[in-house]
Design a protein around this ligand. Structure first.
Ligand code: FDA
Length: 305
């Protein structure tokens, strides 16, 4: 096996573990696992997540709250997920937090009934518009891209106050960004975190990076309030020549905290994605897949603390 293949194999390994239901059940109920994951998950409750947002806002960092969960299979679970997100919006309003929320449409019922999913998302966007916040629509695997964008575009036309996510690893993304730019629909650009077949996505990291730079540039030139979501300093550099109030950097809670603070000191807008809740396992596994060295990092910190 060539050395260059090792990170790819580890990535696939962690992504396949993210689908393992038994391990998920065990991890999400384990106190040990909770301690281990504290670095990347803000807490199990909204209260813990709000405390993190308060602290970040005080440091001049904007936030987006993500009540963890995806792929629900029952309408009552989808409605419950909507209520959790509504509660987060109410907390944002009552505490005047500089925060949006991020949601996944499979959490709102996309796999069950598209109408139910749309109505759940619509209620959140309507309330976000009332309180001057925003709903950011995370992008899941390519099986959901068309349906997600259709819902986001409809809500953009009705309310504004949404942001779509486009993944640089997909071949289709250049055309999607051209369309969303024409509609002045805000976009978060990220590299992409799911396993995709080779006929829809670039396989080589260098190709994904090249496409990211190209798409970020298109958004910065012609887009509306883009979110440059990355921890990669080469990707961060692409936005620096553009006016500081025309875009924001977005990063994940617990990752490259040094870079987040440095950018704020330099006068850039930075938003941190703050995940919380009991259903943290798939999210956590995607973070390990991106950087398998995190396993060692977490274990070392666990024993240090
Ligand atoms: P890359 O993976 O090349 O990493 C560059 C450097 O960043 C690494 O060398 C390391 O220093 C640091 N780094 C990156 N990941 C790390 C990790 N897990 N732990 C520690 N260090 C790490 N994806 C998706 O498919 N749909 C979505 O909706 C979103 N939403 C989203 C929101 C926000 C705010 C961010 C920042 C990211 C996403 N993503 C996402 C995830 C995204 O697609 C991607 O998987 C990660 O951001 C990692 O890619 P980077 O751009 O950071 O580069």
């Amino acid at each position: 096996m060539r050395a260059a293949q090792q990170p790819l194999m580890l990535r696939s390994f962690f992504l396949s573990l993210s689908q393992n239901r038994d391990l998920r059940r065990w991890m999400e109920h384990s106190r040990l696992a909770k301690r281990l994951t504290r670095r990347f998950i803000a807490g199990n409750t909204l209260r813990e997540a709000i405390a993190v947002c308060d602290r970040l806002n005080t440091e001049g960092i904007l936030t987006t709250l993500d009540h963890l969960g995806e792929s629900v299979t029952d309408p009552s679970e989808a409605n419950q997920a909507r209520e959790h997100c509504m509660e987060a919006l109410r907390a944002i309003a009552s505490r005047s937090l500089q925060s949006t929320i991020s949601i996944k449409l499979t959490q709102m019922g996309l796999d069950i009934d598209e109408k139910l999913c749309f109505e759940n998302a619509r209620q959140l966007v309507a309330y976000a518009s009332e309180i001057g916040s925003r709903v950011e629509f995370d992008m899941e695997s390519s099986a959901y891209t068309d349906r997600t964008l259709a819902i986001v575009e409809k809500l953009h036309n009705e309310y504004g106050c949404v942001r779509a996510v486009i993944q640089a690893y997909l071949f289709r993304s250049e055309a999607d960004i051209e369309k969303l730019n024409r509609e002045l629909l805000p976009v978060r650009i990220c590299k992409g975190a799911y396993v995709e077949p080779p006929d829809v996505a670039f396989e080589k990291k260098s190709d994904v990076d090249t496409n990211y730079l190209k798409l970020a540039h298109a958004l910065l030139e012609d887009g509306a309030s883009p979110g440059i979501a990355t921890h990669d300093e080469r990707m961060v550099e692409v936005a620096k020549p553009f006016p500081k109030d025309s875009f924001e950097y977005q990063m994940l809670y617990g990752i490259r905290r040094d870079l987040q603070r440095k950018l704020v000191r330099e006068g850039y807008r930075v938003r941190v994605y703050v995940p919380y809740g009991d259903a943290w396992y798939p999210y956590f596994m995607r973070r390990l897949a991106e950087r398998p060295a995190n396993v060692l990092f977490l274990v070392r910190n666990f024993f240090k603390n």
